[in-house]
Design a protein around this ligand. Structure first.
Ligand code: ZN
Ligand code: ZN
Length: 411
């Protein structure tokens, strides 16, 4: 049996799948939530700037690069080589004011709404700030891997959670502590090379997700949040059915997440992780059965059948052993009995032979005790005569020598 088939029978692997399904449900919900919030944030900024500039017709600028709107030595943007900032060079990249007084104001609001006053400027492109809300969201994500991402769908969960945690418009409406725990757990799960999650960890993580969605004020009156909570609770149930499409989808998403995370400079361990996931996916795709629960159920049935057959065979074996033992005992008893009879007969014969050899001589005369001759030499056969009654007082007598009958008067 392949190692991947064996995984399907391991509860820790199904726990890992359940964990990924729960993350999937959670991600689908928070992705939509964050995108809506960032769109509101973006619209609000543009509206404010329009009001400040007293115009509603020209609140768009695509002339300013990020370097133009930032002063040199800005944290999370400038990189120096030989004492020179590579991001503020050549001259067209130097810091300057936006000709429309838009980009510098957007920069101000991005910075103002960062909980730690440290937006990740290198993730974003100021030329797109007026047109794409997600360019603003990327300023609240960690460094690296997000510059090319144009939408929530292209962004990993870590990036989306970071927006919730760092953008003050959102972070003030959620349970931050719980959100940080979820991010930590998801990151640790990414490098679980054996794809196993024990029961306690699964229960703890699902509780964490449910608690976050139930306790964050932002989701209190949200119908979609309640649906997500319900779905996550269903995943927790023992009877929750995992289908093969579920498994392949979860694995495919894990591969995508890993690629998103390491799109530029893929570390060796990430490559190994992706390769393992790809092997696992192709192995599982060959399984025709729809439900993992069915696979497990079938395996348990097969085990029961084998156990039952083995039990019957053992029982039949026992009967055979009992019968063979009985037959053997009978044979042994018969052999012993036969042997006794033979031994007894042989003893009798030996005694007779011994008697014949030791007691078959007698002395010729009492005068010479030591002169003995075989007893058979002394034996004289008696002369036997048969008589036949002929009439009263006479008998026929057969002469032994002539074999003729003579008449004798019976005295
Ligand atoms: Zn610089
Ligand atoms: Zn501008």
């Amino acid at each position: 049996m392949s190692g991947y088939h064996a995984k399907l029978d391991d509860k820790r692997f199904t726990n890992w799948i359940k964990t990924c399904i729960a993350i999937d449900i959670f991600r689908a919900y928070v992705e939509t939530f964050v995108y809506k919030e960032i769109e509101k944030f973006h619209s609000s900024i543009l509206e404010t700037i329009a009001n400040e500039n007293k115009t509603k017709s020209n609140i768009y600028c695509s002339e300013c690069r990020t370097a133009n709107v930032l002063d040199c030595k800005t944290n999370n943007f400038c990189t120096f080589k030989h004492g020179k900032c590579s991001n503020h060079f050549p001259p067209e990249h130097t810091s300057r004011s936006c000709p429309k007084n838009i980009c510098n104001r957007i920069k101000y609001f991005i910075l103002k709404c960062h909980d730690f006053n440290s937006p990740t400027w290198q993730n974003t492109s100021a030329e797109k700030w007026c047109y794409s809300a997600w360019e603003l969201a990327k300023c609240y994500m960690p460094k690296g891997g997000y510059f090319e991402k144009q939408s929530p769908a292209e962004t990993d969960l870590n990036g989306i959670i970071s927006v919730m945690l760092n953008n003050s418009n959102i972070s003030g409406t959620i349970d931050k502590s719980n959100c940080e725990e979820i991010r930590g757990y998801c990151n640790s799960l990414r490098h679980t090379s054996n794809f196993y999650v024990v029961d306690q960890k699964l229960a703890m993580f699902l509780d964490m997700l449910v608690s976050f969605l139930e306790n964050s004020p932002a989701f209190h009156n949200d119908k979609k949040a309640k649906e997500a909570i319900k779905e996550i609770k269903e995943v927790r149930a023992e009877e929750f059915k995992i289908t093969v499409p579920d498994v392949t989808r979860v694995i495919q998403k894990s591969i995508q997440e890993e690629r998103i995370q390491c799109s530029k400079d893929i570390a060796k361990e990430s490559k190994d992780y992706i390769e393992e996931l790809q092997k696992l996916r192709s192995e599982i795709e060959t399984i025709a059965t729809k439900s993992i629960n069915e696979i497990i159920s079938e395996k348990h049935k097969a085990i029961e059948k084998i156990t039952s057959t083995a039990s019957l065979q053992v029982s039949a074996g026992k009967d055979e052993i009992v019968k063979a033992t009985k037959d053997a005992r009978t044979e042994i008893e018969s052999f012993v009995k036969g042997t006794n009879t033979q031994l007894r007969e042989r003893l009798r014969k030996d005694l007779l032979d011994w008697n014949k050899s030791k007691h078959n001589e007698i002395p010729i005369t009492p005068l010479f005790d030591d002169t003995e001759v075989p007893i058979t030499d002394f034996y004289v056969r008696p002369q036997l005569v048969s008589v036949e009654r002929q009439s009263y007082g006479s008998v026929w007598k057969r002469n032994e020598n002539t074999h003729q009958f003579i008449t004798r008067r019976f005295l």
